[in-house]
Design a protein around this ligand. Structure first.
Ligand code: NAD
Ligand code: WQD
Length: 345
């Protein structure tokens, strides 16, 4: 199968490129390097020994996307491209809505004009909002997002679902669309080679890259955001999923999309919650020394508990996560310790 990964030079996209190539699929990548570099794709090629067709472009640029998609005519588009920092989205909502919504609208217009049929979309557990009780099933209420980033995901899910519905009726669409919405929980870890991994710019927003940078000496200590939650150790619990498990979920999702029509939504998580302090301790085991931390105030907008009911992906896609937190921390440390400054070496 021919696949095109928008945002494929990014963290999840580059790992998915590896999994796709290893499953025997062809991969093209479109990225504007807003939050990544072409070096990630050079390393994907090194890991797999296979070539990636790489295009530098803004996915919201319709003229350019028409050229690229005409040249590639992919069987499936996997749409990772987007801005993803929750805090930044509160400060820059216009940029977030413009970028995230426009990229999806442009892709849908191009797909309609070219008769392309299948798209897998990077959604997020953030669409479940704060009032649900875990484990979250795909049918849990969504659309109570706490920040503009979350709303862009919610809106993109809706746009894709509506387009798939309209395409079934023909009208302007040459063929019915197949849409797969993937709601990721907390993607972490790195490819086991240590050649690719998460490379956040500036101060990391997320827990695992922050822990990794403390462990490697780039930062002094982690601040744990609150230890007075109603959980066994007082810290929040999340569903941390190894990025290669997530990547393999995309292979299954793209294969599924190629054979079905309409819209399907899947949680991609492990179903196993771990607390902040459990992750800090697991990382200490992996790197061989304690990770310094201090307890701080709660972070605004954090939910206490979030984890997936991942049974639908198992039943329908035949996918389930197989890597645990010790592999997550081992691989994150392998990446961080061999690339202390990320892709800049
Ligand atoms: P990332 O920032 O590493 O990757 C996103 C990629 O998209 C980057 O390479 C960036 O340069 C590119 N990009 C952004 N806007 C673009 C545009 N207009 N045109 C072309 N390229 C563009 O982030 P990631 O962690 O790999 O996330 C990938 C997707 O998964 C995003 O849509 C994100 O919202 C979603 N997601 C991520 C997480 C997470 O915790 N990492 C969780 C749930 C969902
Ligand atoms: C995890 C836990 C923090 C940093 C975010 C987005 C979500 C999705 C995944 C894209 C929480 C605690 C963190 C730190 C800490 N992304 N923490 N100190 O908030 O679950 O989800 O990433 O779709 O939309 O919101 O992930 O890694 O930021 O936090 O104590 O310096 O670690 O309070 O309990 P989160 P996270």
């Amino acid at each position: 199968m021919k696949t095109l990964l928008t945002g494929g030079a990014g963290y999840i996209g580059s790992h998915t490129a590896v999994a796709m190539l290893e499953a025997g699929h062809e991969v093209a990548v479109v990225d504007n390097y807003a939050n990544s570099s072409a070096e990630a794709i050079a390393r994907v090629e090194k890991i797999t020994g296979k070539k990636v067709a790489l295009y530098e472009a803004d996915v919201a640029d319709k003229e350019r996307m028409m050229e690229i998609l005409k040249a590639e005519m992919p069987d499936c588009i996997i749409h990772f491209a987007g801005l993803k920092a929750v805090g930044e989205s509160v400060a820059m909502p216009v940029e977030y809505y413009r970028n995230n919504i426009d990229t999806t609208l442009t892709l849908l217009e191009c797909m309609r004009e070219l008769g392309l049929t299948s798209i897998v979309f990077s959604s997020s557990a953030t669409v479940y909002g704060e009032d649900n009780v875990p484990p979250f099933t795909e049918t849990a209420p969504k659309g109570m997002c706490t920040n503009p980033y979350g709303w862009t995901k919610w809106m993109q899910e809706q746009m894709l679902t509506d387009a798939a519905k309209a395409s079934e009726k023909g009208e302007d669409w040459k063929t019915p669309l197949s849409v797969v919405l993937l709601r990721y929980f907390n993607p972490v870890g790195a490819h086991e080679s240590g050649l690719i991994g998460e490379d956040p710019q500036g101060i990391p927003n997320n827990l695992m890259p922050y822990i990794s940078q403390v462990a490697v000496g780039r930062r002094d200590h982690l601040t744990v955001f609150g230890d007075d939650y109603d959980t066994p150790d007082g810290t929040c619990r999340r569903d941390y999923i190894h990025v290669m498990d997530l990547a393999e979920g995309h292979v299954k999702a793209a294969e599924y999309a190629a054979e079905h029509k309409g819209t399907e939504v899947f949680n991609l998580g492990t179903g196993e919650p771990y607390s902040v302090l459990e992750m800090v301790k697991a990382f200490g085991r992996a790197c061989g020394h304690d990770v310094a931390y201090e307890i701080g105030a709660r972070r605004a907008g954090d939910v206490q508990d979030s984890w997936a009911d991942a049974s639908k992906a198992k039943a329908v896609l035949g996918w389930e996560a197989s890597r645990g937190i010790d592999e997550i921390c081992r691989d994150a440390w392998n990446w961080q310790s061999h690339n202390p400054q990320g892709y800049t070496k």
